[in-house]
Design a protein around this ligand. Structure first.
Ligand SMILES: Cc1ncc(COP(=O)(O)O)c(C=O)c1O
Length: 437
């Protein structure tokens, strides 16, 4: 039995088994899934569905159910695929990246008043847990090229109360990790990488997921790969901590420990400074495991397609000196190209990114209101009791880039025509701004 398997329902061959699954699925259910995953309409589609149904219903008579729907061999297979890909042995498949963050935050035994340094620009999931337990969030200003946490500003904002640094590899472009790890080592700080966008990214020859104390990846449906809509992998570099991650995923249950007196073992999880209670169940399903392993197998191909789209945009936009090219692979980094980082020089573009975004929207090029200055989110300034304008003064680059210089654009799932249209729309919009329109 693997480390992941939930032994509670594994009663094996017996006269009265304890069924792992309350109710099984049948051929009709499977057809509903096929119809959901492969949608269509019209006669050709319905004919194809009818042909499939004729075959699928034969399974009812001959097939046996999987027996186990959660935390079993397919979850383990996805973890093994992730381990091999990331070159780690700690991949733990959880319900989402946020669940992975929570385990890492708990490892640091965070308590009220502790300080956590987060980048000024990210998604709220990055810091929801420390905010919820009364920690002080400290906002590091960002690097104007990548919008990632600027290590020089992190250095300035470390205090004796700093317990964690949380770099975010925004849009899959790796953070400059060496100086961050040096600072963390020097001040004995736990590093959690928000790698939600960065499955497959590399920094100086190392896979993201093998650098900080923890990294958590997202497989939510809008990420590069998904496990049927939701999912996450959390990894650690803390020696021997893999088993704690697996137990922390599910309320501290120890699946590797033999059961004595019909009482299974639930123990606290080992944190940096003392034990903590794993208060969440972030177990994943076998179907998710199946889906994730298959998508991990094609991750490199997906990244290559995204890179090709980013290269195309860079080539097309190079004619306009008001547009700053998006960073591509170089000797130090390999991004996942989760999104295209469009940046402009407002002085040359004749306006700000906010104006450009509006023009793009009018032309039908989607923007996602997603990442912004964290301290301007209502939940953050209300709970922390801070004045966002005062914090803004400590993050001048963030203010400049967010309001004047950058936006994220999609890179995947676009056909050639859409990619060409997007490049044209950007160039036309900048030209209009330059002409004062
Ligand atoms: C930067 C960032 N961090 C964290 C998350 C949270 O990921 P999940 O939805 O898997 O919890 C997201 C998701 O959109 C994200 O964009």
């Amino acid at each position: 039995m693997g480390k992941t398997t939930d032994f509670r329902y594994n009663t094996g061959a017996t006269k009265v088994p304890w069924a792992a699954v309350g109710e099984n699925y049948n051929a009709e259910d499977l057809m509903a899934v096929i119809r959901f995953l492969m949608q269509g309409e019209g006669k050709e589609y319905e004919d194809a569905i009818e042909a499939v149904w004729k075959q699928v219903q034969k399974l009812d008579a001959v097939a046996t159910p999987p027996g186990k729907l959660s935390l079993a061999k397919n979850v383990e297979a996805a973890e093994a695929a992730s381990n091999e890909y990331l070159k780690t042995d700690s991949s733990t498949f959880v319900t989402n990246a946020t669940a992975g963050f929570e385990i890492a935050y708990k490892y640091a035994n965070l308590k009220e008043g502790d300080e956590v340094i987060v980048p000024a620009i990210t998604f709220v999931a990055t810091m929801a847990y420390p905010l919820s337990i009364g920690c002080k969030l400290v906002f590091a200003d960002v690097d104007p090229r990548t919008l990632n946490m600027d290590p020089a500003d992190v250095a300035k904002k470390i205090t004796p109360k700093t317990k964690m640094i949380v770099p975010v590899h925004l849009a899959g472009y790796p953070v400059d990790m060496d100086p961050i790890m040096e600072l963390a080592k020097k001040h004995d700080i736990v590093v959690l990488e928000d790698a939600a966008h960065a499955f497959g990214a590399m920094y100086k020859g190392k896979m993201i997921g093998t650098i900080g104390d923890f990294a958590s990846f997202s497989f939510h449906e809008v990420k590069n790969i998904t496990s049927f809509g939701e999912g996450g992998i959390v990894t650690t570099t803390i020696p021997g901590y893999d088993g704690e991650l697996k137990r922390a995923r599910f309320l501290g249950l120890d699946f590797t420990c033999p059961i004595k007196d019909w009482l299974y073992n639930i123990t606290p999880i080992q944190g940096k400074y003392g034990p903590f209670v794993a208060s969440n169940n972030s177990s994943t399903t076998e179907i998710q495991g199946l889906g994730l392993a298959r998508q991990i197998a094609r991750n490199e191909k997906i990244i290559a397609e995204r890179r090709a789209a980013a290269e195309y945009l860079n080539r097309r936009l190079a004619v306009c000196d008001a547009i700053i090219p998006c960073k591509l692979d170089d000797a130090d980094i390999k991004p996942t190209y989760h999104m295209y980082l469009l940046q402009i020089d407002p002085a040359k573009a004749g306006g700000t990114i906010q104006q450009l975004k509006k023009k793009l929207e009018e032309k039908g090029v989607t923007n996602i209101p997603h990442f912004g200055p964290l301290y301007r989110f209502n939940v953050v300034h209300t709970i922390l009791g801070i004045d966002p304008d005062e914090v803004a003064k400590t993050c001048p680059v963030c203010e400049e880039v967010f309001y004047k210089r950058f936006t994220h654009l999609p890179l995947y799932g676009l056909d050639e025509e859409q990619l060409i249209y997007m490049a044209d729309a950007i160039l036309e919009s900048v030209a209009e701004m330059q002409a004062g329109k």
